[in-house]
Design a protein around this ligand. Structure first.
Ligand SMILES: Nc1ncnc2c1ncn2[C@@H]1O[C@H](COP(=O)(O)OP(=O)(O)OP(=O)(O)O)[C@@H](O)[C@H]1O
Ligand SMILES: [Mg+2]
Length: 394
């Protein structure tokens, strides 16, 4: 096979050439960022939250000279204190490109708190910030307000993006922390927050329940799938950019097979492309589908290992097309135990985002896992989706 770089991208966030559509989402997010409206962005895993935020940040930076964006990930924050340190560092980095100035700003804006400042190296330039919490815990409010003070002083529109925000619910006394964050953040006039996450139930609990501190904190954007009508031309054009081709009908089948799931479509397209010399054919697509499932098998196995037997049996029932999971016949046939077992297992599967409620029952959320599960547990070979219309793409 020729050595050439793939025109598809599924290893990281995508931007510029490998980013497609999301025009309305982009406009809305950018508008919010620039206009001081906080955004809560929610979608299942790997539909494209981080890519969207990244793209919006790039465009905002090009369109507005005074805009600055700081991004941090809650997975890297094991407690509130670590969050405040990471937040401070990222804000200092975003508001100045020179580390000398970052140090100066840290000293100025944390005058009373005396931060520990460390300067990075060539690989990771910029600074890191630590606080002596015996003393700093009295100044948590000041630390939360630092982004606002620095943005105001430098006449900037600062956007703070926090990925996997729902992770903070695992912190000690997180409700008190939520109240504190909300109380400070809602007073910020020069800072806009974008809080996003993939655990949908947890995100909804945080932001969509009255009585919770973050209720009505911002504009809630439930990210949808990228529609089939955008995937088809995208795939065709990406093939063409490398001198290979794919018929629109086959590109449609490709996207459909992965139910328009961003990450999987890119993966399947990549494998199909790599098996194609000139013009992609059906056989290449089928073979590529096997490769997608094979390469993700360790992940799927791990997901199954973490389930109870009832959980596995319930997935079997759903894979078999059962909709009435608590009917006596279904419970008996699929060995689901009592209806209490069923409810418990269903809640676990939903909490893990393996299944979702649909209008007439339950469905797998992850199209790759669904195909793999059917192949491994029911002996149904993974098939390319031939229909011209999408199964359930938005
Ligand atoms: N607009 C887009 N156009 C084309 N492909 C996309 C787009 N957005 C996302 N993708 C594909 O989906 C993959 C996952 O995207 P991204 O990491 O942004 O999703 P996410 O929702 O942040 O995922 P996670 O839940 O894992 O954080 C990307 O690597 C890319 O392959
Ligand atoms: Mg992400």
């Amino acid at each position: 096979m020729e050595e050439e770089t793939t025109p598809f991208d599924f290893g990281s966030t995508v931007n510029r050439v490998t980013f497609t559509n999301r025009t309305k989402d982009l406009e809305r997010l950018k508008g919010n960022m620039a206009g001081g409206i906080n955004t809560i962005l929610i979608s299942p895993r790997r539909w494209g939250k981080s890519s969207l935020v990244e793209q919006a940040a790039i465009e905002l930076g090009q369109e507005r000279k005074n805009a600055r964006v700081a991004v941090l990930d809650m997975f890297a924050c094991n407690n509130f204190e670590e969050f405040l340190e990471n937040l401070s560092r990222e804000v200092l980095k975003a508001t100045s490109s020179k580390w000398e100035e970052q140090v100066r700003n840290a000293k100025t804006f944390f005058r009373n708190i005396n931060p520990r400042i460390e300067v990075g190296n060539n690989v990771d330039p910029g600074i890191s910030i630590g606080f002596d919490w015996k003393h700093a815990s009295k100044h948590v409010g000041d630390i939360l307000d630092m982004p606002e003070r620095i943005a105001q002083a430098k006449k900037l529109r600062l956007v703070i993006c926090v990925d996997e925000f729902q992770n903070m619910t695992g912190w000690y006394d997180d409700l008190r922390t939520q109240k504190l964050m909300r109380a400070h953040w809602q007073r910020h006039k020069h800072v806009t927050y974008v809080l996003y996450g993939s655990k949908r139930q947890m995100m909804a609990k945080l932001f969509d329940h009255s009585g919770k501190p973050f209720f009505r904190f911002g504009d809630i954007l439930w990210l949808q799938r990228i529609a089939l009508e955008h995937w088809t031309p995208f795939i065709v054009a990406r093939f063409k950019s490398t001198g290979r081709s794919i018929a629109p009908g086959l590109a449609t089948a490709l996207a459909n097979t992965m139910k328009c799931h961003s990450w999987y479509v890119q993966q399947l397209a990549h494998f199909t492309w790599s098996l194609t010399r000139k013009k992609a054919d059906h056989a290449a697509l089928e073979r590529a589908l096997e490769l997608v499932l094979d390469s993700n098998t360790p992940l799927y196995q791990l997901q199954c290992e973490n389930l109870s037997l009832t959980g596995i049996n319930m997935l079997r029932a759903i894979a078999n097309g059962e909709t009435q999971l608590t009917s006596a016949a279904v419970m008996h046939e699929h060995r689901l135990g009592t209806s209490r077992n069923v409810q418990k297992a269903r809640a676990v599967l939903e909490g893990k985002d393996l299944i979702e409620r649909t209008t007439d029952g339950y469905a797998f959320l992850d199209p790759g896992f669904e195909l793999w599960f059917k192949r491994e547990f029911l002996g149904i070979p993974a098939k390319v989706w031939e229909a011209r219309t999408s199964p359930n793409a938005g």
